[in-house]
Design a protein around this ligand. Structure first.
Ligand SMILES: [Fe+2]
Ligand SMILES: [Fe+2]
Length: 512
């Protein structure tokens, strides 16, 4: 019997911690991971933790399902190092030459910020499009991948109720599908409405906790496994569980009693004060700003979190839930603060925040109420008639001007991040590499929300060629990529207005 469904995840410190997870079809003895610096020398052997998951028969034609997930925590790794690893148990040793084909690799985050790519999408499921999208992602050589929830749709209803239609075996399919990427790319998930599996635990995340091993630095790692953060290079990433604040799908609304939002504010403040971080990226499931006919915007997200994103000038927000690609203008207090055509540059401290919905990972697509508009097919409009969900599950119509890019197709977001010179000088927060003779970036006083960041975010058209080819080939049914590029501008680029006595060059240039 051989392991399957390998997937990696960073620990709270991506420089030194990796979690290796996998599945076996039946109980095994002494599961373990081997790791080493050469594929033929996997001398370090770490025992794995077993997390069994029992699902009762939940439908007339569905059997009881027992699944066994295994997780090994690798700590004290060297930063910026490629490791080889293999998973096994008594009777299956990856160091056996017959099993060399199962050996995988991963690379820890570097100590000093350097240019890297990460990818993101949500709403995947198991499908041809989902699998093909995975292969496109792998071709980007991402340092990690963000999955914004609605992961596999074993829960096909998505209401988060015990009466939801659910087949646990879909997870086996999903993890086998995902292994092609996640065996070498840390696959960082958060929770969508289809990931509330009510029969496992009071808030439905017992299954999530059994399958995944995300960083445990959220407000309650045990009961809210989709809430955590990590820093990779010059980018701070925050994962949130929007089921807690949704006004649309309310099974878990309010479950944290405000603890998640208080944690979010603390974490955003910490990240903003931490040397070497140019950008903050937040990802979660339900959209703050989208115009599809499917779910549109969730007022609960706007009420709970958007003020914090603006207070701490988050640079990029990534959502799923709406099965399309949509990108907004720079928004502040719900309105267009700066119009951001394709290829334009944005400074989040000056212009507001750009929100990306990247929910086209593989599930059936939604419709916009107006025609698509993307590079090569720009159809600008003054406004779009849409709606948002208000408390009490009421739909409130709104006419919005911020829907800048709309693409109805399978898609993902690729972000290229490049450190600004000051971030490179600052090195990591541990400070070990900090150059004494190199100036750190200047920072505003403690508690100031806006501060200069040497770096910029640019949205890039490079992957649009892929879009065109895919459209020609398959009429839009093939996965496509849309790239967003973050480039460290340092002192160059657009110098924003002085803020706290200094200028800054942080900007977002938009793509697609
Ligand atoms: Fe979805
Ligand atoms: Fe969803």
């Amino acid at each position: 019997m051989a392991p399957f469904g390998r997937h990696l995840a960073f620990g709270a410190d991506p420089r030194t911690q990796m979690r290796v997870s996998w599945q076996v079809p039946f109980a095994v003895r002494h599961p373990f991971v081997r790791v080493g610096l050469k594929p033929w020398d996997l001398s370090r052997r770490i025992p794995a933790e077993e997390r069994p998951l029992h699902t009762p028969p939940l439908g007339k034609d569905l059997p009881a399902v027992d699944q066994l997930f295994l997780h090994a925590a690798l700590d004290n790794l060297a930063p910026g190092q490629t490791y080889y690893y293999g998973v096994g148990h008594d009777g299956f040793d990856p160091a056996d030459t017959r099993h060399f084909g199962t050996i995988g690799t991963f690379t820890t985050a570097p100590t000093r910020p350097e240019t890297f790519v990460f990818t993101a999408f949500g709403d995947q499921g198991v499908s041809y499009q989902a699998l093909a999208n995975d292969q496109l992602i792998l071709g980007q050589n991402p340092a990690f991948h963000l999955h914004a929830g609605d992961i596999c749709y074993a829960d096909d209803s998505g209401a988060g109720k015990p009466t939801d239609v659910y087949d646990a075996r879909v997870w086996d399919q999903f993890l086998a599908q995902t292994e092609s990427v996640a065996a070498s790319v840390p696959w960082m998930v958060t929770t969508g409405n289809h990931d509330m599996e009510a029969w496992y635990s009071p808030n439905g995340y017992g299954g999530q906790s059994a399958r995944w091993a995300m960083p445990d630095n959220g407000f309650d790692a045990r009961h809210a496994p989709g809430v955590y953060s990590f820093v990779y290079g010059n980018v701070g990433v925050v994962a949130l569980d929007a089921n807690d604040v949704s006004y649309e799908i309310t099974a878990n609304t309010g479950y944290s009693g405000g603890r998640q939002t208080r944690w979010l504010e603390r974490r955003l403040r910490e990240l903003r004060e931490r040397p070497g971080i140019d950008f903050i990226v937040v990802f979660f499931h339900h959209c703050a700003y989208s115009t599809t006919k499917g779910h549109a915007s969730d007022g609960g997200v706007r009420d709970a979190w958007v003020p914090l994103f603006e207070k701490y000038t988050v640079d990029l927000v990534i959502n799923g839930h709406n099965h399309v690609y949509e990108r907004t203008d720079a928004i502040r207090r719900g309105r267009v603060a700066r119009r951001v055509p394709i290829g334009e540059t944005v400074d989040s401290t000056r212009d507001g925040i750009v929100y990306v919905t990247a929910g086209g990972a593989g599930k059936s697509l939604y419709d916009f109420p107006v025609p698509d508009s993307y590079e090569g097919h720009v159809k600008n409009r003054e406004s779009v008639a849409s709606y948002y969900w208000r408390k009490g599950r009421a739909k409130v119509t709104e006419t919005v001007e911020w829907s800048r890019v709309r693409y109805t197709g399978y898609s993902f977001l690729a972000v290229e991040a490049e450190p600004g010179p000051a971030a490179a000088a600052a090195g990591d927060d541990a400070g070990g590499e900090r150059g004494a003779d190199r100036p750190l970036r200047r920072r505003a006083g403690r508690g100031r929300a806006r501060r200069g960041r040497p770096g910029s975010v640019t949205c890039d058209a490079a992957v649009v060629a892929t879009v065109e080819r895919a459209l020609e080939r398959g009429g839009g049914v093939h996965p496509v990529g849309v790239a967003l590029r973050a480039v460290g501008g340092g002192t160059g680029g657009t110098a924003g207005p002085a803020d706290g006595g200094f200028g800054h060059g942080s900007r977002l240039l938009c793509e697609s």
